[in-house]
Design a protein around this ligand. Sequence first.
Ligand code: NI
Length: 254
Amino acid sequence: MIFDTHAHYDDEQFDTEREELLAAMPAAGVGLIIDPGCDELSSRRAVELAERFPHVFAAVGWHPENCAPFTPEDIDALRELAKHPKVVAIGEIGLDYYWAENPPREFQQEVFRLQLALAEELELPVIVHDRDAHADSLEIVREFPNVRGVFHCFSGSVEMARELWKLGWYVGFDGPLTYKNAKKTVEVAAEAPAERILIETDAPYLAPVPLRGTRNDSRNLTHVAARLAEIRGTTPEAIMELTAENGKRLFRIA
Ligand code: NI
């Protein structure tokens, strides 16, 4: 069974066939999916999908790229949404220093801290987006020793990953693990403790080789599982089972 712990089915790229696609997932081997929100509206949409499909769960949060309109009062709306029984995490939250037009770094950090504090208050795990912000992301999660979660689509060094594993965090592997330039991530994938690995699509983005450049969906995780299996000297089936168990443990899904 595949557990895709990160897929944005609320994205407009799925508008033409969202229902059919999600309904077909269990028969295609995808037994569980988490849809993380990127702002309040997308978080609400994720919760609505989770209400309609038994195999879909939601996370709610403000993505760093989308957080410009965020005000501290928005935390109250997130808190209410997060009380829904199918909300299993706060996410997607974090820092993105890659795009020059993103909100200022200090503001992203403030929004990140407020959402980590909410996760601590509600005793929920978090889904962290860290792009070109490794040192600050690690420093800020260290300020919240009671909060655990996943660094989604992990792109840091193996040294940073070791720090996260020590703190009880998970790392997520996505399509980029299958790309030719994935050296650093391959190193992390080889060394990761078995109980700290998740697989995710970030659909509709980051389709794995040989589908790179197409609209991604959870069925394509077989390619990520196959690459991880190759790196770790095991079978794709074993990787799927292992990561599904890890995901259920982190997000407390029975
Ligand atoms: Ni994402």
